[in-house]
Design a binder for this molecule. Structure first.
Ligand code: MN
Length: 293
């Protein structure tokens, strides 16, 4: 099942090129959810509600996906985790830049197990229709194409071999980045620097999360093209690693890392991240987020 959020906080099931309105399910789920719950009520309720939502979608009239404003498919992640330096070729390209003196950063790229993962602010999460308001004209702003895991069940100290039991599904994401010497969380948490979408697909539609093709273009030109089989820590290991430090909650979002090919974007650029049919295509426009750009 492919679930999206759209227009004014509606919930939809995507079937083919149409969205079917199941907002009534969302209303009921949210009304019953505790205010102090950690995580996203709709994602948490999916095991119980999935059949009902699918039935509702069948009887709800569809409207073209292209006619709606897509929001991020998860409304309230308790946290947004992200893996740095998780593709060898991306580590190599960043190391080459440092050797050129392009970045005021340490001269070595720490391996992910030493570097740890980092967190992006929840308030940076947007859907495709919202665009990316770029800040820092004087800096290098770049796209990082990433496959996203959406956690489905609360868990801590999850062993790798059980990791997929805790996955609700997958999505596409951009770990937008203003390059600089500060902490990652600081530079990667600007408003709109965490686009997610176009929808969220339940785990049953992805046979192997460690074998997903994806390709990113800017204004139609291919910049990044890879497969999650090149991940250094794969999806199972990423979940094991994060859950040693954090309890994972339904709706938590996990950026799995970017391959090589990251490149500069400026206001006016159109980014497209395309993957397998079940994940679709995340399209988003960059615009100036500060005056005078
Ligand atoms: Mn990244």
């Amino acid at each position: 099942m492919r679930l999206c959020r759209y227009d004014n906080d509606k919930l939809g099931v995507v079937i083919g090129a149409n969205v079917h309105d199941v907002t009534k399910a969302q209303d009921e789920i949210r009304a019953k959810a505790r205010y102090d719950m950690k995580g996203d009520a709709v994602i948490a309720a999916l095991p119980e509600w999935r059949g009902k939502i699918e039935d509702m979608a069948k009887s709800a009239p569809g409207k073209p996906l292209s006619s709606v404003k897509l929001l991020a498919p998860v409304a309230r992640p308790s946290k947004v985790m992200a893996a740095p330096t998780n593709y060898q070729k991306h580590i190599a390209e960043m190391a080459a830049r440092r050797a050129d003196g392009q970045h005021a950063m340490p001269n070595t790229s720490p391996k992910i197990l030493q570097a740890g993962i980092f967190l992006k602010a929840n308030s940076a999460v947007v859907g495709g229709s919202e665009g990316v308001p770029l800040r820092f004209p004087e800096r290098l702003n770049e796209h990082e194409a990433e496959i996203i895991v959406v956690i489905g069940k609360e868990g801590t100290n999850i062993p790798a071999e059980k990791a997929l039991d805790y996955v609700a599904g997958y999505s596409l994401g951009l770990d937008m980045t203003a390059r600089g010497g500060e902490d990652r969380s600081f530079r990667k948490s600007c408003d709109g620097y965490a686009p997610v979408g176009p929808w969220f697909v339940t785990a049953d539609e992805i046979a192997d999360p460690n074998n997903i093709d994806f390709e990113l273009t800017v204004n139609g030109e291919t910049k990044q093209k890879s497969n999650t089989s090149d991940l250094i820590l794969n999806v199972h290991q990423l979940i094991e690693f994060a859950s040693k430090f954090y309890t994972l909650y339904p709706g938590d979002i996990y950026f799995t890392g970017t391959p090589d090919g990251v490149s500069k974007v400026v206001p006016g650029d159109s980014i497209s991240l395309k993957s397998v049919e079940a994940l679709g295509e995340l399209k988003i426009e960059c615009r100036a987020g500060v005056e005078g750009w």
